[in-house]
Write a protein that binds this ligand. Structure first.
Ligand code: MN
Length: 426
């Protein structure tokens, strides 16, 4: 299925008048404050968020999985799904693949298909958290951190193989998320596990092309419950620093203990030039992988405020960031959910862009706590949705992507085309 431009134009035409009223009122308000509306629209249009191939089907929990209908049955259909999202919001112009779930059989054809939807390949993701069919030795007690060098070699070779697939697809980064850890005190030696991981990553790093980045993702617990080798941003930063200038930390919003100040982590990593990428999702308790902005939209905005401050800092040494969604759950239609996530990200970004950072700095220098709070909250409490809609519309997307998705009967059409099958790789 493909959404045609004239479908979107016809849809937008019906809502143009009400949108112009909303956008006009907001523009006027922002103009009065001296906020550069056109420049902000340009930034919103440029902002692209990669969609992970594993979020396109219904996710499961350890208690079961309730599949949806019309889920993608292969890599081609996953690309088609991301193409549908991108047609609707013009902000989902990349796909992040998971190897071995998404090994391309015909690379040239896959590249051509992605290009026909206007999509690029973002970071490739390795998988050493589960054994693959026919694998000689098991990852049960670890992969890159394993005490047996023969197991480590299998995990290293897999990561190098993933880089190979990424090179063929035009990807420029490898994301390593390591499940390795222990569930019982005494099970593993912390120092040995760290040193094994570092030397394994150093082997992989040697195979990283000159213009690539390696993202090191951290997570405090799960699947193991006593210790995780790469448990926090400090460990990730330590590894990235020891590896070299192509290695960076990756922040997954769900990979923190409750109430962690993620915006402070983001600010610190950007200051050090070591923030590489982002996995967006939302959570209430743990790594819940819920829709971005569904639980803690204020936190998302505060994180974006630090990101924007970092990006707008002319002396920043941090490279451009890689933006990705990493969510998966089993209640909503995955495509509709991803449209909501992308919209939430754009809203938080727009709020951070309109925030009066100059006045905030002045208030901070005067220790004017009350004023600082007023400034920070003023942007968050501004309904920036007309600004986001205007940017999506100018880029060729639908004014209301979720509504358009429903009106175009996307899921029903995909169901007719694909049947009730379950998505691959989940
Ligand atoms: Mn993640």
């Amino acid at each position: 299925m493909k959404i045609e431009k004239n479908q979107i134009q016809e849809f937008n035409g019906r809502f143009e008048k009400e949108h112009q009223t909303d956008f006009g009122a907001l523009s006027e308000k922002l103009d009065r404050k001296g906020i550069p509306v056109e420049a902000i629209i340009g930034k919103l249009i440029d902002f692209q968020i990669a969609i992970p191939s594993w979020a396109l089907g219904a996710g499961g929990t350890r208690f079961g999985r309730f599949g949806g209908v019309g889920e993608p049955r292969n890599l081609e259909e996953k690309i088609e799904d991301v193409g549908l999202l991108h047609a609707l919001n013009r902000s989902s112009g990349a796909i992040s693949l998971h190897i071995p779930w998404d090994i391309p059989e015909n690379v040239a054809e896959i590249r051509r298909l992605a290009a026909s939807h206007g999509l690029l390949f973002d970071a490739v993701n390795s998988n050493t958290f589960q054994d693959q069919p026919g694998q000689a030795l098991s990852y049960k007690f670890g992969s890159l951190a394993h005490v047996d060098p023969a197991v480590r070699k299998i995990a290293i070779d897999h990561n190098i193989e993933v880089i190979g697939y990424g090179k063929e697809l035009g990807s420029k980064s490898l994301t390593v998320w390591l499940a390795d850890g222990s569930s019982f005190p005494g099970q593993a030696d912390f120092v040995t596990a760290f040193q094994n991981t570092l030397s394994s990553l150093q082997e992989i790093y040697k195979s990283l092309p000159a213009d690539w980045k390696m993202f090191i993702e951290y997570k405090p617990y799960e699947p193991y419950f006593y210790s995780t080798v790469i448990q926090d941003w400090g460990t990730s930063h330590l590894l990235a620093t020891k590896l070299g200038e192509k290695a960076f930390c990756l922040v997954d919003l769900g990979h923190h203990l409750p109430n962690t100040n993620i915006e402070q982590i983001v600010a610190t990593l950007m200051m050090e030039g070591k923030l590489g990428g982002f996995h967006f999702n939302d959570s209430k308790y743990g790594d819940d992988d819920l829709t971005v902005g569904s639980i803690k939209p204020y936190q998302l905005y505060l994180i974006f405020l630090e990101l924007v401050k970092g990006m707008e800092n002319p002396s920043s040494v941090n490279p451009p960031l890689s933006w990705m969604i990493d969510a998966s759950h089993n209640l909503k239609d995955p495509l509709e959910d991803l449209l909501q996530s992308v919209e939430a990200i754009l809203i938080a970004y727009a709020q951070a862009l309109i925030a009066d950072k100059k006045s905030l700095k002045e208030a901070q220098l005067k220790n004017d706590v009350g004023l600082a709070q007023e400034i920070v909250q003023d942007a968050f409490r501004t309904d920036v949705r007309p600004l986001v809609r205007e940017s999506v519309k100018r880029a060729g997307g639908a004014l209301y992507p979720v509504r358009a998705y429903r009106e175009f009967n996307v899921r029903e059409i995909l169901f007719k085309e694909r049947g009730a099958g379950k998505a691959t790789g989940l």
